[in-house]
Design a protein around this ligand. Structure first.
Ligand code: GLU
Length: 290
């Protein structure tokens, strides 16, 4: 089910992870979504993607609110904080278990690397080597016994089984690329619930876009490939597929993408250095159409 733009209105979101301070690339992404929502007379929402409790820090969440407000952005309440909604993701995972499209995976990173080394022609996708399926065909009873014994495990999507259930010839709409054919094979059996946290980026983003009523997902083109998996998950879970807009990534004067490790160009630093937010926003807006 693809959302109908005319009847669903326009709701978009900015969904940063508080694993570091926001930089110019984040400001650009937030502004693309904010200005699109304004132009459409729609709503701009904020979501804090903090499922990774080991890497996320409350001071980075506070900084997100401060930095966005400094840029002059405002968002509709409530902010959705993912760590407050693990039960929603558990319910979605349970539904996928009942469909038989997930399996427990006990592999360590080392197990996976060794298996890939053994099969040098193992397929690689945009996120690196595709999981070689070590646990895919495991005996269910033996796997359950390992779970009951408390062995750490992730849950992976069984993509082959999933694609047998979903509609044939799935597509999604991207504002810049038009109609895109769903081709999730380059991502393979992605993790839907991690060993260290009972969900994953893919699972929670799909749940939250629906739960927040998002009609237009606006995010950087580095996440374009993830959308193939998201549409498959929406199909499996009976969720609507929003429209997508994967914008170009902002680069610095050397043509390099902004990254969290480049501490010098965080918004917090610019603010501390007395930068003028209006001038900054204007220069970013000029690049949206450039
Ligand atoms: N939390 C993701 C990030 O910071 C963005 C997720 C999304 O927009 O779908 O890269």
């Amino acid at each position: 089910m693809q959302l109908d733009e005319k009847t669903a209105g326009f709701i978009t979101r900015f969904a940063p992870s508080p694993t570091g301070l926001l930089h110019m690339g984040h400001a650009f992404s937030a502004l693309v979504a904010f200005t699109r929502a304004q132009a459409a007379g729609g709503r701009f929402l904020l979501r804090i993607e903090d499922i990774d409790q080991g890497r996320c820090r409350p001071e980075f969440t506070d900084a997100i609110y401060r930095d966005l407000a400094w840029l002059g952005l405002s968002w509709s309440a409530p902010v959705r904080v993912q760590s407050e909604h693990f039960t929603d993701y558990q319910a979605a995972l349970q539904a996928l278990k009942e469909l038989g499209v997930v399996y427990p995976c006990f592999c360590t990173r080392k197990d996976i690397q060794q298996e890939i080394k053994r099969a040098p022609s193992a397929p690689h996708g945009p996120d690196g080597a595709v999981y070689p399926g070590i646990c895919r065909g495991a005996d269910k009873r033996a796997a359950n016994a390992r779970i009951e014994a408390g062995e750490a495990h992730a849950w992976r999507l069984n993509l082959d089984v999933a694609l047998e259930i979903t509609e044939r010839n799935l597509t999604w709409h991207d504002e810049l690329s038009g109609r895109v054919k769903v081709e999730p094979e380059t991502l393979g059996d992605v993790v839907l619930a991690r060993k260290d946290t009972p969900t994953s980026y893919h699972l929670s983003v799909v749940c939250d876009d629906t739960l927040q009523g998002v009609t237009h997902v606006i995010r950087g083109e580095d996440l374009f490939h993830a959308t193939h998996i998201h549409v498959v998950l929406q199909q499996l879970l009976g969720l609507p597929t929003p429209r997508y807009h994967h914008h170009k990534l902002l680069t610095d004067s050397d043509g390099r993408r902004f990254a969290k490790r480049d501490k010098s160009i965080t918004l917090a630093q610019l603010r501390a250095d007395g930068a003028n937010p209006e001038a900054l926003v204007k220069s970013l807006l000029d690049q949206i159409d450039a």
